[in-house]
Design a protein around this ligand. Structure first.
Ligand code: COA
Ligand code: AMP
Length: 634
């Protein structure tokens, strides 16, 4: 039996023993009484009775243990031409000061703080400062617009919002402050204060009494120490897309999170304290939370905060420059970044311009990794390329290839095998386990391992209904796929309305809500269609209300603008067509799957239950006008 298999089996047979051992890597203020509280299924809590502080574990304890002068964070920003380095001692000083500034503004343990920031070190400082005083952060990705931000403000009810005057996208400056002002205007809940980091590229105007300049807030503050919190207290809330327009507030606790992330740094990513680890993502996503901020810092690594893109900042060699310049040992990014690089540099010429001899492994996640991209990356880089699968809900990999234990054979198209604590089962409609190769709903037998969501913020019933009720005793991942005869897992598609655009998780349901609110629209459907670069992009069909006789092109432009303004540019909503009707079953269900197959140029059959088969001709014509199905370019 392989070493991995032994470890995985033990984690399922003796979860208490397994995770108690893993918990030794964490510094506890008070040791937990119970490893796993099973008294209230389907709710499980890890490390009950334990007290710790996540910021202490991620920052202060490294200073105390002799890493004060080691780099904790390297900010590399090709879009502003800046490189800034912070040692653990410097990071500690900044975090303690900003925590002091928050305390001075009246922030207390358990209060929520919304962080809406670009990829600057202050975003990390703000997150850690919250952890330091037991406040619960909720980071909102900068590519979301006011309306989405307002929804999160109303759900989390923050006392304070931390933001910046602007973000910088290649070729344009994104003014964050007006977006924040509009969100607060729209939201029913009003935060008491906003702390704004003024960036030299664009000054924001501050609202008297409510807004404070970051520098002024910090200079008036005294550093504060870490406050012990319960292992089961929330560290953060991170909103993610579900089937409706109302995002789900994924709750992460302190204890289980620290234990599982530390285990993952050593056993999955195989990085030693002191080494440089880089997740090229954004702090607004779970990858950023776990592997830009908490994972590497908990493990005493140097983390990279990269404000740039894989291509165009300034060229497709950007990643290789960062790796060689900062001695990155392990890179984690989304396959879409590699598709973008491959498109501009298919021969890998830029790769050979840099010394990558110390680079050890590439990890990919966030969307399905197509075998072409994986094989190209492997051939170009000559290091292991590991696809691994997880979600905002779990906080760390469900399936991976645990390089720190042993490198299992790679099967392109599969994120390999379940990690400890994850008892992954593929179930059919009736809840029976599928045989190897048979497609089904991918589920995880309860209890979930540490770090996975204990609940949704203020929505326990929705937690049960979304994840635990379909198959009692199991967590429903929302992904469909199969296992092969070697127990390798293959993730094939979603079973809900979630789509994955350039590694960003979005809800087509949320886009439909925006389209349906347009005064000319009677009904609509949004589907995800295959895209060579972004994996998937959204495409909308709308039916106009009777009597609307404005030019269709004009309405289509308005709809595209409306999604950009209400959800944000990150939705990449650029394709929409007016049609006379939507294809439906006789019971009125919109045939999204069939439309998707037509758009993707896949074989499809006329659904037996279709109300009016002729409508599919019109859909095919509308898709042809939008250039679908696409021809593969390489
Ligand atoms: N703030 C404001 N706007 C943002 C933003 C942010 N933080 N991030 C993205 N946007 C905007 C972009 O400017 C773009 O706007 P546009 O429509 O005006 O061009 C839009 O949102 C879509 O962005 P993106 O999906 O990033 O597409 P892109 O065409 O700019 O770049 C890639 C394509 C592949 C280079 C890019 O998606 C990428 O680097 N992906 C890496 C994947 C990743 O980080 N995934 C996170 C999970 S691991
Ligand atoms: P997020 O919560 O934003 O991390 O998105 C999680 C979803 O992205 C998963 O439920 C999958 O649908 C998809 N996903 C993430 N990683 C992978 C992967 N390695 N292979 C296939 N799909 C993935």
């Amino acid at each position: 039996m392989s070493l991995y298999r032994k470890i995985w089996q033990r984690s399922l047979e003796d979860p208490e023993g397994f995770w108690a051992e893993a918990a030794e890597a964490v510094s506890w203020e008070r040791r937990f009484d119970r490893v796993l509280d099973r008294s209230r299924p389907p709710f499980y809590r890890w490390f009950e009775g334990g007290l710790l502080n996540t910021c202490w574990n991620a920052v202060d304890r490294h200073v105390a243990a002799g890493r004060a002068n080691q780099l904790a964070l390297v900010y590399d920003s090709p879009v502003t031409g800046t490189i800034r380095k912070l040692t653990y001692a410097e990071l500690q000083a900044e975090v303690a000061r900003f925590a002091g500034a928050m305390v001075r503004l009246g922030v207390r343990k358990g209060d929520r703080i919304v962080i809406y920031m670009p990829m600057v070190p202050e975003a990390v400082v703000a997150m850690l400062a919250c952890a330091r005083i037991g406040a619960i952060h909720s980071v909102v990705f900068g590519g979301f617009a006011s309306h989405e931000l307002a929804k999160r403000i109303d759900d989390a009810k923050p006392v304070l919002v931390v933001s910046a005057s602007c973000g910088i996208e290649p070729g344009r400056i994104v003014a964050y402050k007006p977006l924040l002002d509009a969100a607060i205007e729209q939201a029913a809940h009003k935060p008491r204060h906003c702390v704004i980091l003024q960036r030299p590229q664009l000054e924001a105007s501050l609202v008297p009494d409510r807004d404070l300049d970051w520098n002024e807030a910090v200079s008036a503050a005294h550093p504060v120490d870490c406050v012990p919190v319960a292992a089961t207290d929330p560290l953060y809330i991170l909103y993610t897309s579900g089937t409706t327009g109302q995002p789900k507030g994924i709750v992460r606790d302190n204890g289980g999170h620290a234990v599982a992330l530390l285990w993952s740094m050593r056993n999955i990513y195989a990085v030693q304290p002191g080494e440089v680890y880089w997740a090229a993502s954004d702090v607004g996503w779970v990858v950023g939370h776990s592997y830009i901020v908490y994972g590497p810092l908990l493990n005493g690594n140097t983390t990279i905060v990269y404000e740039g893109k894989p291509v165009g900042t300034p060229d497709p060699g950007a990643f290789w420059r960062v790796i060689s310049e900062h001695d990155v040992k392990v890179l984690f990014t989304a396959p879409t970044a590699f598709r973008a690089i491959k498109k501009e540099d298919p021969e890998g010429r830029y790769i050979r311009k840099y010394d990558l001899s110390r680079f050890r492994a590439l990890f990919l996640a966030g969307e399905r990794c197509d075998p072409d991209t994986l094989l190209w990356a492997q051939a170009q880089l000559g290091v292991p390329v590991i696809d691994h699968w997880w979600q905002t809900e779990t906080g760390w990999a469900i399936c991976a290839n645990p390089l720190g234990i042993e490198k299992l054979p790679v099967k392109p198209g599969s994120p390999t095998v379940p990690m400890p604590g994850y008892d992954v089962r593929v179930l059919d409609e009736e809840g029976r386990e599928c045989s190897p190769g048979q497609l089904g709903a991918i589920c995880i037998r309860l209890p979930l391992p540490p770090a996975c969501l204990p609940t949704l913020w203020n929505a326990e019933e929705r937690f049960v209904q979304s994840y635990l009720s379909r198959y009692p005793g199991y967590y429903l991942t929302g992904d469909a796929g199969f296992k092969d005869q070697d127990d390798y897992v293959f993730i094939m598609s979603r079973i809900d309305d979630v789509i994955n655009v350039a590694g960003h998780r979005l809800s087509t349901g949320a886009m439909e809500e925006v389209l349906a609110a347009h005064p000319a629209v009677a009904e609509c459907a949004v589907i995800g269609v295959a895209d060579e670069l972004k994996g998937e992009v959204p495409l909308g069909f709308v039916v106009l209300k009777a009597g609307v006789d404005r030019p269709h092109a004009e309405i289509e432009r308005e709809l595209i603008q409306k999604v950009r303004e209400e959800i944000g540019p990150v939705a990449s909503f650029k394709l929409v067509a007016v049609v006379t009707r939507l294809p439906k079953t006789r019971s009125g269900k919109i045939l999204r799957g069939t439309m998707k197959k037509i758009a993707d140029g896949q074989p499809w059959t006329m659904p037996a239950t279709i109300d009016d088969p002729a409508i599919l001709d019109e859909i095919a014509q509308a898709l042809a006008r939008l250039g679908y199905p696409r021809r593969k370019t390489d």
